[in-house]
Design a binder for this molecule. Structure first.
Ligand code: AMP
Ligand code: GLY
Length: 420
């Protein structure tokens, strides 16, 4: 089959790497891709949100399956567009993507169908939101309704901080129309974990759980980022818990979406928090995670292409999805200054000096004249498998210093808490 993967991060490099191992894959194109995908597939110079050009390219190249990585094209309706042109496309429709693109929609769905989550209220008036906020005890969570590149949720430790966040979202409109509505939510406490599932709209098959690290620096200090590392599996989340979340959150959500006339097909990502009352949903995404993918997909033993086709065909009930018992740890190497301003264009050295079984997934990288240069904030995710998290972790940190570029920074504590 000829496949098109949309996106250009390490999540997409991981998908391309895995799909490339399928015996039924003939050619893979990636739009726009990066230097890493360019080594194993053919990059197309088309942005991930340029839907019409993507559709034309897919038609021109007789693409038989399109896989969408990021949320923005899904929210724009890429799956609807491709289906209307008869190009098979893996992912939810625009309406189904609302579970990620509108936090108010997701919250109303959860409340209506009794899916465990934080208590919250939604507002479209700044004055009403402020009045409500002033009656709440901190910590309080303020969330912009729409897509905000992972930056739309603020956990405020004081009234002032919460009001400031509310004003930035609704008055200064720092996230634009994504801040037309807000959620004000109770703050929950507990370990956080991501549990994703393949679903064809009826059958739900959970993947392996993973944890990601959002803050820039060790000890969860510094600003929020797109993700600085991840590991799978976390000790605190076993198979019994996976089944519990499947029964109480994932399956009821897929059923609810069908009942609401928005059948969900693709990958449903539940961001969970393990409270004393049990697991609760913090958010849903309509796609694979980044950097979770970089530690989950290496553990997938089954043919990813077959699973994706079963999702599209609605035959997931007859499909087996198998995972390795090994652990995986991934660390993001970022440009100096990220997530603030940073400089790109530095040569990256040493990618071929790591041990053979170390996985180097590219994100912001660009190839020119045989050299690979930095080209974004998050540059690479370096991942290692091991019998245990401790083994995977020591292997990844042994290899990381062999890769070098000017200003490079990475966290040194990814998965460290699993060892104590
Ligand atoms: P979200 O965009 O909903 O995934 O939120 C981003 C991050 O904010 C989560 O990963 C949590 O760390 C935190 N967060 C969101 N909602 C809550 C909540 N109700 N209670 C505590 N932390 C939260
Ligand atoms: N790791 C968070 C996300 O993919 O949204």
């Amino acid at each position: 089959m000829r496949i098109l993967v949309i996106g250009g991060g390490a999540r997409e490099h991981t998908l391309v790497w895995k799909l490339n191992q399928s015996p039924n894959v003939k050619e893979i194109y990636v739009a726009p891709g990066n230097a890493g995908t360019g080594l194993i597939a053919q990059n197309l110079d088309i942005g991930a949100t340029d839907l019409e050009t993507l559709a034309q390219a897919a038609e021109g190249k007789n693409i038989e399956l399109t896989v969408v990585g990021p949320e923005v094209p899904l929210a724009q309706g890429i799956v609807d567009l491709f289906h209307s042109r008869r190009i098979p496309c893996f992912g939810p429709t625009r309406e189904a993507t609302k579970i990620e693109s509108s936090k108010v929609f997701a919250k109303e769905l959860m409340h209506k169908y009794g899916i465990p989550c934080a208590q919250s209220r939604s507002f479209s008036s700044f004055d009403e939101a402020r009045a409500y906020l002033q009656r709440q005890q901190p910590p309080i969570v303020v969330k912009a309704d729409g897509l905000a590149a992972g930056k739309g949720s603020i956990v405020a430790q004081s009234q002032e901080e919460a009001l400031e966040a509310l004003s930035e979202i609704m008055e200064k409109r720092i996230f634009g129309a994504a801040g037309d509505q807000v959620l004000i939510e109770e703050c929950l406490e507990g370990n956080e974990v991501s549990l994703l599932a393949f679903t064809d709209g009826k059958t739900v098959i959970p993947m392996v759980p993973a944890c990601d690290y959002k803050r820039a620096f060790d000890g969860d200090q510094g600003p929020n980022t797109g993700g600085m590392g991840s590991y799978s599996p976390p000790k605190f989340f076993d198979e019994v818990m996976t089944n519990r979340v499947k029964d109480t959150i994932l399956e009821p959500t897929v059923e609810a979406m069908a009942k609401e006339g928005k059948p969900f097909k693709g990958v449903l990502y539940a961001g969970l928090i393990m409270t004393l009352e049990g697991p609760k949903a913090l958010e849903f995404n309509a796609r694979f995670g980044d950097p979770e993918n970089q530690v989950m997909i290496p553990r997938l033993k089954s043919d990813l292409l077959e699973v994706m086709l079963a999702v599209i065909d609605g035959t997931l009930d007859r499909t087996k999805v198998e995972w390795s018992n090994e652990a995986c740890v991934g660390v993001v190497m970022a440009s100096g200054g990220y997530p603030g301003s940073y400089t790109t264009g530095f040569p990256i050295e040493g990618c071929d000096e790591v041990d053979n079984d170390i996985l180097v997934f590219h994100a912001g990288t660009k190839a020119k004249g045989g050299t690979i240069y930095t080209d974004g904030g998050r540059v690479l995710t370096v991942a290692a498998m091991g019998k245990t998290i401790a083994e995977a972790r020591s292997r990844v940190y042994l290899n990381l210093p062999r890769i070098r570029f000017e200003g490079c920074h990475y966290r040194t504590d990814i998965a460290a808490r699993e060892q104590s």
